[in-house]
Design a protein around this ligand. Structure first.
Ligand code: ADP
Ligand code: MG
Length: 633
């Protein structure tokens, strides 16, 4: 059986076509085994033909090998045929290679294209996203976004404009900012726009724009310029501005209140000294009067009364000064303000004269309040006198009362005012009115615009002090040429009207046997007065000028039924004297005398059992009654 074999050997180095008719005799293969050079498992080969496969480029791609077990099988024809086949194979391989390369290139390009497309998508998506974001910001921004030209014409405004300033964007675009700016801010804003155009970017530039409703809105601007356009970002700061303003006003009011407080304390100091004097004058006159009544003398009575009335006026002044300084121990009573106001009608009419018409507008169901009724009367009288002075050619005076509620917002603007219910007394005139700088100072003590000898400048300051005392409030509303309203607010009192206690008549001289009173007072006039009263009442009087000498007497074996002592004493105060005196005499009764509540503890009810207090200036009758009551208890 004849068999041939053919293989393609890719690593064939290429020595051209090789033909051997019998490799056993061929000197090129003579020493070879018939298998030599053949792939494994091939038949033994005697005839042999090898044809190289060469690419167009000249590269030997491999070779075709044909073998047969019989010698002399391959002819020239075989050789031609097989060389042709090898050529075809080379072409095929070349083509295959080209195709492969082309494929690769194609794939490569596809990948690149894809990558590019991806990239494109990403970029496009991002741009779209950014645009959407920008649109969203533009539409939804709560702040103003504005494009404005160097010419001041709006190129674009976002919808926030409507929200903040009332106009729709298309009513704004194409028009000048000057059509919308708050007139007072026009020049300043034009300057700012010029700066912004010149790339001097604005930061927190504040101006006002006019809302469609005609009111101003504060806007704070940031800008950046690009060519002839300015991009501006504006925040509505109207609310902040209002708060700032409220705060400023509050601070101003607080400053004012503090100043008043300081001056008030000063006035209080003056009043204290003055008070001691008055006590002497009033008391002496009182005694004179009593003597006259008892028939001891007679010609003095008229003078005594005249002196008395002027002294009392002076005392009332002190009283009011002290009220202003808020040092006067309170003598509050439940007051029906309507009743009090109406009862003053006669007095007021006489004070005002005929050129002034008077009107009362009293509210029904008016609440009660607690205050010193005499001070309220003098406050109203003072207001009426001021009104009269402001209406030299006549006019109208209206006194109104009403219930009112001061709310939290009001309290914020007026420090010291507690929100709550108040009884309000308003005194209005149709007079000259006050300019703002007079309003600002009118409550200050000694502030007056009246000629020397006419005004004291104390009327309104006393009213202010009086209203402050029960934690009330006073306020001026005035317009030059129109008139003035002054309102006094007194806190509502939730309670009933007290029974009126009628003042008793002149006290009969009380003759007691051996009852002894120790008087400790550093002011000789006052001390003498008290001693005089005691003697009149039939008591024995012991005197001391200060705490330590008073204490010595208390520590002695002397009979003492009552200690009458000033609170403000040099060295040791009245309360300390009383306390140390009680170490020896536990049941010692004590009557304190105070010019004002130097000792707040004494004034505000820290009086122990068997201790009482009387305030200077006092009427002799009142002192006598207190002394007698205390000793007889
Ligand atoms: P006086 O009346 O002694 O000047 P006041 O304290 O009562 O002192 O008033 C202070 C100032 O306030 C007055 O001098 C006046 O300028 C002004 N004033 C007070 N009440 C009125 C009023 N009803 N109309 C106009 N101005 C007033
Ligand atoms: Mg006055």
């Amino acid at each position: 059986m004849r068999r041939s074999t053919a293989v393609f050997h890719p690593t064939f180095a290429g020595e051209g076509v090789v033909r051997s008719d019998d490799i056993l005799r061929d000197p090129r293969y003579g020493k070879n085994e018939p298998h030599y050079g053949m792939p494994k498992d091939h038949l033994p080969v005697r005839s042999y033909l090898a044809v190289p496969v060469v690419s167009r480029s000249g590269e030997v791609l491999g070779g075709l090998f044909f073998g047969h077990e019989a010698p002399g099988v391959f002819t020239d024809e075989h050789e031609t045929l097989l060389t042709g086949i090898a050529g075809q194979a080379a072409i095929a391989i070349d083509n295959a290679r080209l195709f492969q390369a082309a494929q690769y290139e194609l794939a490569e390009r596809r990948r690149a294209e894809e990558a590019l497309r991806d990239l494109n998508h990403t970029l496009e998506a991002r741009v779209a996203e950014r645009t959407a974001e920008r649109d969203r910001v533009w539409k939804n921004s709560r702040d103003l976004l504005v494009v404005i030209g160097a010419d001041g014409i709006f190129r674009a405004v976002n919808p926030a404009w409507t929200e903040i300033l009332g106009h729709a964007p298309d009513e704004v675009v194409g028009r000048s900012f000057l059509d919308f700016i708050w007139p007072e801010d026009a020049a300043r804003s034009q300057g700012a726009l010029d700066d912004a155009v010149a790339s001097r970017d604005l930061t927190n530039f504040e101006d006002r724009y006019t809302h469609r409703d005609g009111t101003p809105r504060w806007i704070s601007w940031h800008t950046s310029a690009d060519g002839n356009l300015v991009y501006a970002y504006g925040r509505d700061i109207t609310a902040e501005k209002q708060q700032e303003e409220a705060l400023r006003q509050t601070e101003e009011a607080l400053r004012q209140a503090q100043k008043m407080e300081a001056v008030g304390q000063l006035t209080g100091g003056i009043a204290h000294d003055f008070n001691n004097l008055l006590t002497g004058i009033v008391g002496s006159l009182d005694l004179m009067q009593m003597r006259i009544t008892q028939g001891r003398t007679d010609a003095l009575e008229r003078y005594a009364k005249a002196a008395m009335s002027s002294a009392q006026r002076a005392a009332a002044l002190t009283h009011r000064l002290l009220a202003f300084a808020r040092r006067q121990p309170l003598q509050p009573k439940t007051v029906e303000v309507n009743k009090l106001v109406v009862s003053m009608e006669d007095l007021l009419r006489r004070t005002l004269g005929e050129a002034i018409q008077m009107e009362f507008v009293t509210a029904g169901g008016l609440w009660l309040t607690r205050c010193d009724p005499h001070q309220l009367e003098s406050a109203i009288l003072n207001l009426a006198i001021n009104a009269r002075d402001a209406m030299p050619d006549g006019g109208r005076l209206i006194i109104e009362t009403c219930n009112t509620h001061l709310d939290r917002a009001y309290a914020v603007l007026h420090p010291g005012v507690r929100p709550g219910q108040y009884v309000c007394v308003a005194v209005t005139d149709t007079g000259t009115g006050m300019p703002p700088d007079v309003i600002e100072h009118a409550f200050e003590p000694f502030f007056t615009t009246k000629p020397l000898g006419k005004g004291t400048g104390l009327g309104l300051s006393m009213i202010y002090g009086f209203a402050q005392q029960p934690e009330g409030h006073a306020r001026i509303y005035s317009e030059v040429g129109h008139g003035t309203t002054i309102k006094i607010y007194l806190p509502r009192f939730n309670g009933a009207v007290e029974e009126e206690i009628e003042a008793g008549g002149l006290i009969d001289a009380h003759r007691a046997a051996g009852e002894t009173v120790l008087v400790v007072e550093d002011e000789p006039v006052v001390r003498d007065l008290i001693v005089e009263v005691l003697k009149d009442l039939g008591y024995r009087a012991l005197e001391a000028t200060d705490g330590p000498s008073g204490l010595k007497i208390l520590q002695s074996r002397q009979r003492i039924d009552l200690l009458v002592t000033d609170v403000g004493l040099p060295g040791m105060n009245g309360r300390q004297l009383a306390d140390q005196g009680r170490d020896h005499r536990p049941d010692l009764k004590v009557l304190f005398i105070t010019g004002y509540a130097e000792n707040a503890a004494v004034a505000s009810g820290f009086l122990d059992h068997g201790m009482e207090m009387i305030t200077k200036p006092f009427a002799v009758e009142a002192l006598a009654a207190r002394i007698r009551d205390m000793i007889e208890q």
